[in-house]
Design a protein around this ligand. Sequence first.
Ligand SMILES: C[S@@+](CC[C@H](N)C(=O)[O-])C[C@H]1O[C@@H](n2cnc3c(N)ncnc32)[C@H](O)[C@@H]1O
Length: 256
Amino acid sequence: MRAPRRFEPIPESARVVRARSGDRTELWTETVGTLPPVFGERWVERDGTTYRSFEPNRSKLAAALLKGWSGGVPAAGERWLYLGAASGTTASYVADLVGTGGRVYAVERSLRPFARLVGLADRWPNLLPVLGDARQPLEYTGLVPPVDGVYADIAQPDQVEIVRSNAELFLRGPGTRFLLALKTSSMGRDLAASAHLARTEDALRPVLHLSPAVALEPFHRGHYLVGGRVRPGLFGAGPDASARPRAARFHGRRRP
Ligand SMILES: C[S@@+](CC[C@H](N)C(=O)[O-])C[C@H]1O[C@@H](n2cnc3c(N)ncnc32)[C@H](O)[C@@H]1O
C-alpha cells in the first residue's frame, strides 16, 4: 500500500493525523518509537516527523476514533496506566499519543506476551512494562505513580470491576479519564451485546461522566469503547489511603 500524499490534523489528538485513501480514512500516529514495525504497520517520514499507520483492525483505540469516539484519548505529556497490554500493539500507540514527555505503565500478566512487550519497550522509551495481575493492583503500587488515565483491554468477565479498582487506586483525582475496550462476549452469552453495554454504563454512571459509547464493528465484533471523566465519587470507598502510590504524596497531589 502506498503512503498517503496529504495528512490532516484531527480534533481528538495533536499526535494523530488522518489521510484519505479512496473512500477510506486512515489514521497515523506521530511515533516516538524506532523501527522495525510492531506488526507490519506502515511507517513514513514527513518533514522530519515519523508517522506509523494506526490500524483499526489491530487497535480498538484506532477503531474507536474512526467510529466517532468523542470522549478523549491519551494526550501529550500524560501518564497512563494500561491494563492488558499483551505484546504491546495498542500500548505502543498510546505511548505515541502521550509522546516523549508522557509515560505508559503497561500491565500484562501472561509471560509470553510480556516478554515481547519488554522487547518493544526497548524501542519505545516512554513505555514501561509491568508484569502483574490487574486484579491485584496493590502489588504494583510501587511501580506505578498516580496517572492521568486508565485504559483497559483485558477481555475478562469482571473487566468493569478490574478497571474500576485500578482507577480508584491510581487516578490522580476527579476529571482524569477512564477508557474501557468492553468485550461483551466475555461477560456471558445470556444477554445481547447492547444489554451488556447498558449494564456496564449503569455500573459506571455513578463514578463517571460518561461519553457516548461507540460500537467497534466492523473492526472488533461485540466490542465497545466505554468511558469518560471520573467524578469525585470514584475515590470515596477505595482502598486505604496508605495503600495508594507513594508518588501521590511525593507530588503532593491529594485525592479528595
Ligand atoms: C485482548 S488482549 C489485549 C490486546 C492489547 N490491548 C492490544 O490492543 O494490543 C487481553 C490481554 O489481557 C491480558 N489479561 C487478562 N486478564 C488480565 C489480568 N487480570 N491482569 C493483567 N493482564 C490480563 C491477557 O493476558 C491478554 O494479553
